[in-house]
Design a protein around this ligand. Structure first.
Ligand code: FMN
Length: 303
């Protein structure tokens, strides 16, 4: 069996160098596909795994002697990297300082983001966990202010065209989809559509705020729907550590998810994508003076 993604239809191939293997069994413990078994003091490939190796690479990353390699399925032994020294890992305090210092930024200096910084953000984001390896998240990069602006106006044009869907007789139809949908449509989506229509008239970009960079993370139909949000969050925090300001933009994907064929063709976006999120980046124009404490809706502790 193979877990198919948009990138691969093959299993990973696990090889064990029996001369190097000390049969410590760590690989067997971390492999949750049960691709490996320990029999008679040897590590062997299990002929009846759950799915077949899906290429997480954990067996080769944990092996103390380098006896295991995984290849195929977009993974190879070259992907192994030395661990950063403990002294260079961010402490809890450093990490939470980054969280405390973050605010959604929607006003940017007139300063572009260089290629090296963009690459650092993409590389850091690609390190995020994924529903199933290899990551099935596709990224559209909107480079420079003019490109971000052109894309924004294309999307706002679509909003403008669908304005009738939120006009009075139609808005009642949203009730069929439940009270919450109706409330969201009337309280949030309808004013949003009006706002974008006005923005369009005034040639102002209230969608992506004329940021100098936007990254659009999209899930393939094979991905976990949560997949794009995780690299987007990593990208956001990596950018914060590089002195950039960021903001997540959720108001594009649900709107263009079904349809918007021409726009997707023009911008090379996935024609089918069940979930997606945009992050905008730029050097902040204004400096916030304080941080803000936040809370969850509810935290239930079961014990
Ligand atoms: C999933 C998600 C979607 C968002 N979508 C938008 C958006 O479309 N437009 C926008 O201006 N801000 C958007 N935001 C930013 C939030 O509005 C912002 O996080 C909130 O106002 C709190 O501000 P803070 O990030 O400074 O704490 C989004 C944030 C998240 C997490």
């Amino acid at each position: 069996m193979t877990i198919i993604t948009s990138r691969t239809k093959q299993n990973g191939t696990v090889r064990i160098n029996q001369e190097q293997c000390t049969a410590c069994g760590l690989c067997v413990k971390v492999c949750k596909d049960f691709s490996l078994v320990q029999t008679n003091g040897r590590i062997e490939i299990n002929p009846t795994p759950v799915f077949g190796c899906y290429g997480c690479g954990q067996c080769m990353a944990i092996c103390p002697t380098g006896a295991i390699t995984v290849s195929g399925r977009e993974i190879s032994p070259e992907d192994l990297q030395a661990l950063p020294p403990d002294s260079e890992r961010a402490s809890f305090g450093q990490l939470t300082n980054l969280y405390w210092g973050r605010r959604s930024i929607r006003d940017f200096k007139d300063q572009e983001i260089d290629d090296e910084t963009l690459q650092k953000i993409l590389d850091a984001a690609a390190l995020s966990p994924m529903g199933l390896p290899p990551s099935d998240v596709h990224v559209a990069v909107f480079r420079n202010r003019e490109t971000v602006r052109e894309f924004s106006f294309d999307v706002m044009n679509l909003y403008q065209k669908s304005r009738w869907l939120f006009s009075l007789p139609w808005v009642w139809i949203w009730r069929i989809f439940g009270k919450e949908t109706y409330e969201m449509m009337t309280g949030f989506v309808r004013p949003l559509v009006d706002c974008f229509s006005n923005s369009l008239k005034m040639r102002q970009n209230h969608l992506l705020y004329d940021a100098p960079l936007a990254l659009y993370f999209m899930a393939s139909p094979y991905s976990d729907p949560a997949d794009p949000v995780i690299p987007a969050t990593y990208a956001m925090l990596a950018a914060e550590s590089l002195g950039l300001g960021t903001c997540m933009i959720g108001s594009v994907h649900p709107f263009i998810q079904h349809g918007a064929k021409k726009l997707k063709e023009k911008w090379n976006l996935l024609s089918k994508s069940p979930s997606g999120i945009i992050v905008i980046f730029g050097y902040p124009k204004y400096k916030f003076q304080k941080s803000l404490k936040r809370t969850f809706a509810q935290v239930f502790v079961h014990q």
